[in-house]
Design a protein around this ligand. Structure first.
Ligand code: R5P
Length: 318
């Protein structure tokens, strides 16, 4: 029986691409918000016996968390054979340890919350820094699809003289891979964050900054302060206006405008979060990960792979 991709509001274009890649059906989930803040979730018909993938990007996780659980449980009530979650942007992964006494460690708490309603999870480039792999936080099969190949292709096609730049040490993991795949050099800047909106960036001594077009690559722009500070430093040293490639277009408040005002030549994002800057599509890569992951679940050992893992691993480069 054909798979069914169910899109949360705003995710319809990506749902179409994912469904086309794997020959699935797709439909929209309707969310009605009542004046008191409650949400009514309405699912399409025809879910009985189907393998269902709910597509919801978690840019606004607190507002989406309950509707997400209601949608998954209702799909199950309507007879879905299995219910997975495609969350191209997976929230709460940055709070992966207790930075100050008394703080909640949100990453494993949020993972447990999702596991209660979903059989599997696919996400794109989650912010895993101190947690090396998704299976450290998720007990369900979880697949990490990477955007590095698509970003590298975009760079090779649009900015052939790119100098790939990571704004901080955490970005080393994706900038080194993007640069390798694009066949371009890379540098990593240094960042010190002293508050949500206080970021200081320094640029290492290197002639590389003047040899081409700087292309800053980061996984997330939230407040935008990291990218704004990086642009300011590059301008100070006389480098060309940088192109900024962000995997997840979180852009809280005026972040997108502030990045443009700081002097970005262009801001480009993947479609993990719908935004006017989306230029790099993740649909085919996400689509291909679904049958892969479900095959792991269909193994006789009920989701455990022969190596004893739960199927969590990095997906193919997309
Ligand atoms: C940090 O480690 C991340 O890779 C991003 O650089 C960071 O989350 C961006 O946040 P903001 O836009 O608030 O500076």
């Amino acid at each position: 029986m054909k798979r069914f991709v169910l899109a949360f509001p705003g995710m319809e274009p990506l749902a179409m691409e994912i469904a086309a890649e794997i020959g699935a059906d797709w439909a929209a989930i309707d969310l009605h918000r009542f004046p008191d803040g409650e949400t009514l979730v309405t699912l399409p018909e025809g879910l009985a016996g189907r393998s269902v993938a709910i597509l919801a990007t978690l840019r606004d996780p607190n507002a989406l968390a309950l509707p997400l659980r209601f949608a998954a449980e209702t799909a199950r009530e309507f007879g879905a054979h299995r219910v997975g979650l495609i969350a191209p942007y997976l929230a709460y992964m940055r709070q992966d340890r207790r930075f100050e006494p008394g703080q909640a460690v949100s990453a494993p708490l949020f993972a447990s919350f999702l596991e209660e309603s979903f059989d599997w999870l696919i996400t794109v480039d989650p912010h895993l820094h101190r947690i090396p792999e998704l299976d450290e936080v998720f007990g369900i099969p979880a697949r990490r699809v990477t955007s590095a190949k698509k970003i590298a292709e975009w760079i090779a096609h649009n900015i052939p003289d790119a100098i790939v730049l990571g704004p901080d040490s955490e970005s080393q993991q994706w900038v080194s891979e993007v640069a390798r795949l694009a066949g371009r050099p890379y540098e990593v800047l240094r960042k010190v964050r002293s508050g949500d909106r206080n970021v200081d960036i320094s640029v290492p001594e290197s002639g590389a900054f003047y040899d081409g077009t700087p292309v800053i690559v980061d996984d997330i722009a939230s407040s935008g302060r990291t990218i704004v500070a990086a642009i300011a430093r590059l301008r100070e040293i006389g480098a060309r206006p940088p192109v900024c490639i962000i995997i997840h277009a979180v852009f809280a408040g005026r972040a997108f405008t502030e990045i443009l005002e700081a002097g970005a030549a262009r801001v480009v994002t993947t479609d993990s979060i719908p935004h006017e800057s989306n230029a790099i599509s993740l649909g085919p890569g996400i689509g291909r990960a679904i049958p892969d992951l479900e095959e792991a679940l269909d193994l006789p050992s009920a989701g455990m792979l022969q190596d004893g893992s739960n199927g969590t691993e990095s997906g193919p480069m997309t």
